[in-house]
Design a protein around this ligand. Structure first.
Ligand SMILES: NC(=O)C1=CN([C@@H]2O[C@H](COP(=O)(O)OP(=O)(O)OC[C@H]3O[C@@H](n4cnc5c(N)ncnc54)[C@H](O)[C@@H]3O)[C@@H](O)[C@H]2O)C=CC1
Ligand SMILES: CC(=O)C(=O)O
Ligand SMILES: [Mg+2]
Length: 657
C-alpha cells in the first residue's frame, strides 16, 4: 500500500514490530536501574511491613501481592516513609513503553508522538481512532504550534501554550523549541520566565518539579524516590531566594529550575527524562508572597543560616544516596548561600553553581572575543564591575584565571579589577564590614580615598570595560557610558568600549542596547543577560544594523553539564569550568566572526554546547575525574576530536528527526 505525507489507511497495512522511538541510551539505562532499585526496595519493605505498618492485614496482603507483581515486572517498587506507611516507590503506573497502548501512550508526554505515529504504530498500540486520521510531517506540526503561539498576544500566554504542549507531547515541544530557538528561548527562559516565577502560584495548574519543604526534611529520600522517571542525570535546584534579579520569590522560583532544564534539553540535547527540577521550599522573606492567598509555598520566614545549612547537608546526602550519578546545579541561591554551598559541596559531590561558575565562564568566553575586537591590548585592559555579588565575583575570578594563564602574576591579574557595590568602590578601608566574598577584590591602593559613585570610579580607573551585575535597571546612565567611551577613546583611534549590562530579566538590565549604541556612537561591544533586538540606524550612507550579543550562562551550563555527565565525572573541577569558557570563545564560525559577534548566534547554541561538552570531557579526563574506561580515551586520542564529537552527537536528544 502507498502512503503520502498527509494521509494513510490502516485497513490493509502490513503490521511490523513497532520501532522504539527513544534514544537507546535513556531507555536502556532507565530499565536496568529501575529494575535493580525496585528489587532492592521490595526486599527491605517486606521485612518492615509486619513490624510497624498501621494498615490492616487485608491491606498488607493486597500490597504484598502488588509487590510480588512489582518484582516480576521490575518496574514498580515500594518503600516506607517515616510514618511507617508503605508507599509506592516509583510513582509509575507505567507499563513498559514497548507494551503500552491506547491512552497510556497518548497521556504519557514522553511517549506521545502526536500525529507522528506511523500507521504500524497506530495499529500495534491500539491508537486507531484515538487520534485524528491525518499523519503529519513534523514540519506541519511545528508550523501549527508556531501559528498557535503567534495568535497569543502576551508572553505569559505564549509560555502557557508551550508549557501545555510540553505536558502533552515532549518530543514536539522540543522540536518546536529547537527549530525556533531565537523566538522561543525568551519565552521558556529569561525574560518571560521571570514573569512566570512572579506569578507561579496563580498560574499553577499541575506539578512539574519536586517541591521539597523544610518541614519534610526527614523524608527527602522518599520524596526523591517519588520522582516518576528513573535515574535522572541532571538536577537544577533552587531555594528561590534570589531569582534572576527579582529577589526572594520563595517556592515560585521553581520556574527557573524548570526553565534551565528545558535548555539542558533544548540547548544540549540531554534527554528530558533525565532532567529533574527541584525547589527547596524554606519559606520566604517576600511579603507579597506571604500575603498572597494563592501562594503555594510555606508561609514562614526563612530559617537561620545554620538551620538552612543542616537542611542542605541532608538534601545533598539524600540526593547522593538516591541518585548517586546525578549532577546537581545550584541555581539562584542568595549570595552568601551560593558561595557557602559551592565551597561546602564541590569536593564531595558532583555539583556546580551556575551563577558563580557558569556565569563566570560565559562572560569570560565573550570577553576573550571582545578584547580582540576592542583594539585595547591585554596589558591595557582595566575592568570596572558594577555589582559585587555571586555573579560579579564569579566572573571577575574567572577572568583573573584568564590573565594568570596569560602570564600575569595573580596580584597583577587581580589589580585589573575594580568592583563597585551599593556603597561604592569595594576597598579594604571603606569602613563597613565587607562580606567574605568581596575581600579578595577589595582595593588597597586607594590611599584612603573612597569612591562612592560609578562616575567617580570611571574617572579614577579609566576602564576599557564595564560589566553590570547589579539587578538594577538603568545604573549605566548616559554620563557613565559616555565616560567609558571617552576613557577608551583617549587610548587611541579605533578603540571600542566593552559594555556588558548582564542583569536579568530585561527590566533589570543596567542599560538597553539602543542606549548603548547611541551613547557610544555605535562603537560599543555589547552583551546583555536577556536578549535585545538588533537595531537599524539610518545614516547618510544608508541603514546600518547593529547586532547585540546575549551574554547568558545558557551558552555554558548545558554544555558543561553534558560534558560532565558523558565523561562520568565524579566532580566538576575548576579546570572543567575554565575550559568551558575558552572553548566557547572558539566556537564561533566565520560568519559570526565576520559580523563582529562575541558569542555564536543563538540558533547555533547546540553546536556550541557540543564543543563545550567535548572540551569539558577532555578536561575531566586530564584532571583524573572521568570514570570512563581508559581504553575509550585512548581510542579517541587516536581518532581525534572528530570521533569524540560524533560520539557526543550520537548520544544527544534530537526529537522527531
Ligand atoms: N547574564 C547572566 O548569565 C547572568 C546574570 N545574572 C544577573 O546578575 C544579577 C546579579 O546577580 P547576583 O550577583 O547573583 O546577585 P547578588 O545579589 O549576589 O549581587 C548583586 C550585587 O549588586 C550590587 N548592587 C545592587 N544594586 C546596586 C546599585 N544600584 N549600584 C551598585 N551596586 C549594586 C549589590 O551590592 C551586590 O553586590 C541578577 O540580575 C542576575 O539575574 C546572574 C547570573 C547569570
Ligand atoms: C541567567 C541566570 O542564571 C540569572 O540571571 O540568574
Ligand atoms: Mg541564575
Amino acid at each position: 500500500m502507498a502512503f503520502n505525507s498527509t494521509t494513510y489507511s490502516t485497513a490493509s497495512s502490513d503490521i511490523s514490530t513497532p520501532r522504539s522511538s527513544s534514544p537507546s541510551y535513556s531507555v536502556n539505562s532507565a530499565r536496568s536501574s529501575s529494575s535493580s532499585v525496585s528489587k532492592r526496595m521490595s526486599i527491605s519493605s517486606r521485612r518492615s511491613l509486619s513490624q510497624f505498618n498501621p494498615m490492616s492485614s487485608v491491606d498488607i496482603r493486597a500490597i504484598e501481592a502488588q509487590m510480588k507483581m512489582a518484582s516480576l515486572d521490575g518496574l514498580r517498587g515500594y518503600s516506607q516513609n517515616h510514618y511507617g506507611e508503605v508507599q509506592q516507590y516509583r510513582n509509575t503506573d507505567y507499563v513498559p513503553k514497548s507494551s503500552a497502548c491506547g491512552y497510556q501512550v497518548l497521556r504519557e508526554p514522553l511517549w506521545n508522538k502526536g500525529l507522528s505515529f506511523t500507521p504500524e504504530e497506530r495499529v500495534s498500540k491500539n491508537l486507531t481512532g484515538l487520534i485524528p486520521h491525518a499523519m503529519e510531517s513534523v514540519e506541519t506540526q511545528v508550523a501549527r504550534c508556531m501559528k498557535m503561539i503567534n495568535t497569543r498576544t502576551t508572553n505569559i500566554d505564549k509560555y502557557l501554550y508551550l508549557s501545555s504542549l510540553k505536558d502533552q507531547n515532549i518530543d514536539l515541544f522540543y522540536r518546536v523549541l529547537i527549530d525556533n530557538v531565537r523566538e522561543l528561548m525568551p519565552l521558556v527562559y529569561t525574560p518571560t520566565i521571570g514573569d512566570v516565577c512572579l506569578q507561579y502560584s496563580t498560574l499553577y495548574t499541575r506539578p512539574e518539579a519536586l517541591y521539597i519543604s523544610i518541614k519534610q526534611r526527614k523524608s527527602i529520600k522518599t520524596i526523591l524516590r517519588n520522582w516518576p522517571y528513573p535515574s535522572p542525570e541532571i538536577c537544577v535546584v533552587t531555594d528561590g531566594s534570589r531569582i534572576l534579579g527579582l529577589g526572594d520569590l520563595g517556592v515560585n522560583g521553581v520556574g527557573i529550575s524548570i526553565g534551565k532544564l528545558a535548555l539542558y534539553t533544548g540547548a544540549a540535547g540531554i534527554h528530558p527524562e533525565k532532567t529533574l527540577p527541584i525547589v527547596l521550599d524554606c519559606g520566604t522573606a517576600n511579603e507579597d508572597n506571604l500575603k498572597d492567598p494563592f501562594y503555594l509555598g510555606l508561609r514562614a520566614r526563612r530559617p537561620a543560616p545554620a538551620v538552612m545549612e543542616e537542611f542542605m547537608d541532608e538534601f545533598m546526602e539524600a540526593v547522593h544516596e538516591v541518585f548517586p550519578n546525578m549532577l546537581v546545579q545550584f541555581e539562584d541561591f542568595e549570595t552568601e548561600k551560593a558561595f557557602n554551598f559551592l565551597e561546602r559541596y564541590r569536593n564531595q559531590y558532583k555539583c556546580f553553581n551556575d551563577d558563580i561558575q557558569g556565569t563566570g565562564a560565559v562572560v569570560l568566553g565573550g570577553y576573550i572575543g571582545a578584547v580582540n575586537l576592542s583594539g585595547v591590548p591585554i596589558e591595557e585592559q582595566r575592568l570596572v564591575f558594577m555589582g559585587a555579588g555571586s555573579a560579579g565575583v564569579g566572573v571577575a575570578k574567572q577572568m583573573v584565571e584568564y590573565y594568570t594563564r596569560r602570564g600575569l602574576s595573580e596580584q597583577a591579574a587581580k589589580d585589573k579589577f575594580w568592583l563597585v557595590d551599593t556603597k561604592g568602590l569595594v576597598t579594604l578601608d571603606r569602613g563597613d564590614k565587607l562580606a567574605e566574598h568581596k575581600k579578595y577584590f577589595a582595593r588597597t591602593d586607594n590611599n584612603g580615598h573612597q569612591f562612592r559613585s560609578l562616575e567617580e570610579v570611571i574617572e579614577y580607573v579609566r576602564p576599557s570595560a564595564l560589566v553590570g551585575l547589579t539587578a538594577t535597571f538603568g545604573v549605566f546612565t548616559e554620563s557613565v557610558v559616555r565616560a567609558l567611551k571617552a576613557s577608551v577613546d583617549a587610548g587611541g583611534v579605533g578603540r571600542r568600549p566593552i559594555l556588558f549590562p548582564l542583569s536579568n530579566p530585561l527590566t533589570k538590565a543596567e542599560c538597553t542596547f539602543e542606549q548603548a549604541i547611541q551613547w557610544t556612537e555605535g562603537t560599543v561591544i555589547f552583551a546583555s543577560g536577556s536578549p535585545f533586538s538588533p537595531i537599524s540606524i539610518k545614516t547618510t550612507e544608508g541603514a546600518v544594523t547593529y547586532y547585540p550579543n546575549q551574554g547568558n550562562n545558557v551558552y555554558v551550563f548545558p554544555g558543561l553539564g553534558l560534558g560532565a555527565i558523558l565523561a562520568k565525572a565524579s566532580k566538576v573541577t575548576d579546570e572543567m569550568v575554565y575550559i568551558s569558557a575558552s572553548s566557547l570563545s572558539e566556537s564561533l564560525n566565520a560568519e559570526e566572526i565576520h559580523k563582529g559577534l562575541i558569542y555564536p548566534r543563538i540558533e547555533r547554541v547546540r553546536d556550541a554546547s557540543v564543543i563545550v561538552a567535548r572540551e569539558v570531557m577532555k578536561a575531566a579526563r586530564r584532571e583524573g575525574v572521568s570514570e570512563l574506561p581508559e581504553s575509550q580515551w585512548v581510542e579517541w586520542e587516536e581518532w581525534g576530536d572528530v570521533a569524540l564529537t560524533k560520539w557526543i552527537k550520537d548520544r544527544i536528544y534530537d526529537p522527531l528527526k
